[in-house]
Design a protein around this ligand. Structure first.
Ligand code: ARG
Length: 459
């Protein structure tokens, strides 16, 4: 149904309609549109525009529209400009002339803001729920190998030994922040715009607080022009989704590496990997590669809306219709990736010995040794030099830390007292890192327990 036309002598061209109609994507907002329109009908009734009986008829018709829309065929042949026009068209088929009153003093500018907010509020909850599932999967994976030692990396070079749970808890922290970010996006989304009209505020005496209560919004918007112009809440969601995707893509990259033959630390489940059509031996980490790849789409969605909004004059401009596809796309991708990542985490089998050997064979204990010398009174710079020389000599001679002992170390330099030799074992140095946030075994066990409590609080 066309919601305008009186001022025009001819209708829109077929090309323009095809170019500008949005029903094929904004139909996703139908349930939100119906729910918002029902609340608007009740508000019009309180404002004296509709009778109680008219309101009941309209609300009931909207219920039937929502129910019928479950069948995709409901949209067959529709030529409406957008979901708002489509829904009113359906209403008029069901209640006749009465449908002409539902849009009293209402603008699609406030309506689209409301619909997107209603829809996005639920998406924030969905993303948060999926994040919590992933965080749970990471904690479970940590608990499977509580004492496993891996080399931690900087510059993708072996740096210092850390506990496997400590590594996984790093991602837990990232996803915990993402959870908060989606909460922030939800808080800014959860504001009720109806009553704003096209830009100047409604000419009818709506009780806006009552509409907010009806639709379960925390508060009402404070400026009608801002309502028509604002898509910050959508940007907030896209930003939260983008940061989440960055974290997911880094996890994916780590595990693509760790499950490679070169690293050989972990095995991914058959259910989340693919074979090759040609090379019979292949077991490829496609699920993780797709997570890494899809992060580009979500970051693209954020940038698309940034650039759409930049420099738009107040208030509403049709450019803003371009908000929905990136938003839908980002929500689908981030939720799909979160679900996928949790499943991958459930299938991971860590071959504990391999990363342990990687730590044991390399000089990741060098910092532990230098710090021990410093604790014994050697200036750290001197200790650093001494251990550096020890490493250089060892590398030249092809010696690993385990090829040294208290006696040979003392002969290398008297600063290496017998207690220091203990630190040649990568498991030992970690015990000196029982500092808040460190990889000390007791600290990590406590951090795991705390993480479990924090997750239970979030859920
Ligand atoms: N389909 C439009 C959108 O998504 C709804 C608002 C249209 N308003 C207008 N004045 N053309 O932005």
């Amino acid at each position: 149904m066309k919601l305008w036309g009186g001022r025009f002598e001819t209708g829109p061209s077929e090309v323009f309609e095809r170019f500008s109609n949005s029903l094929h994507f904004d139909r996703r907002l139908l349930a939100a549109d119906v729910r918002g329109s029902q609340a608007f009908a009740r508000s019009l009734t309180r404002a004296g525009v509709l009778t109680e009986a008219e309101c009941a008829t309209i609300v009931e018709a909207f219920d039937s529209i929502r129910a019928d829309a479950a069948d995709p065929a409901f949209f067959d042949g529709a030529t409406d400009e957008d979901v708002h026009s489509f829904v009113i068209g359906k209403l008029s088929q069901r209640v006749g002339a009465l449908a002409g009153k539902i849009h009293t003093g209402r603008s699609r500018n406030e309506q689209v803001s409301l619909d997107v907010r209603l829809w996005l509020r639920e998406e924030c909850d969905r993303s948060r729920g999926l994040l919590a599932e992933l965080m749970q999967a990471l904690l479970d994976l940590a608990a499977k190998y509580p004492h496993a030692v891996i080399p931690g990396y900087t510059h993708l070079r072996r740096a210092q030994p850390v506990l496997w749970p400590h590594y996984l808890l790093a991602y837990f922290e990232m996803f915990a922040r993402d959870f908060e970010r989606f909460g922030e996006a939800r808080r800014r989304t959860n504001v009720m715009p109806l009553g704003s009209g096209a830009l100047a505020g409604s000419g009818f005496p709506h009780d806006r607080e009552a509409i907010a209560r009806d639709l379960d919004f925390a508060e009402i918007t404070r400026n009608s022009m801002d309502v028509s112009a604002d898509r910050d809440f959508a940007l907030d969601y896209l930003y939260a989704a983008s940061v989440t995707m960055i974290h997911l893509s880094r996890l994916a990259e780590d595990w693509i590496l760790y499950s490679s033959e070169e690293f050989g630390w972990m095995e991914l489940g058959d259910g989340v990997t693919s074979g090759s059509s040609l090379m019979p031996q292949k077991k490829n980490p496609d699920s993780l590669e797709l997570i890494r790849g899809k992060s580009g789409r979500v970051l693209g969605a954020l940038n698309a809306l940034f650039f759409t909004m930049k420099g738009l004059p107040l208030t509403y401009n049709r450019d803003m219709q371009e908000d929905k596809e990136p938003l839908f796309e980002a929500a689908d991708q981030v939720n799909g990736c979160l679900e996928m990542a949790a499943l991958v985490a459930e299938t991971v089998v860590l071959r504990e010995q391999v990363p342990f050997d990687a730590a044991d064979e390399s000089w990741v204990v060098a910092t532990d040794l230098a710090e021990a010398l410093a604790r014994n009174g050697t200036a750290f710079h001197t200790a650093h030099q001494l251990v550096g020389r020890l490493v250089l000599e060892s590398v030249r001679a092809g010696r690993k830390p385990g090829d040294w002992n208290a006696e040979t170390l003392a002969r290398f330099a008297p600063e290496f007292t017998p207690d220091v030799a203990r630190l040649l074992d990568p498991r030992e140095g970690m015990k000196t890192r029982e500092i808040a946030g460190g990889t000390g075994p007791r600290t990590v066990a406590a951090a795991l327990a705390t993480a479990r409590d924090r997750l239970a609080q979030l859920r």
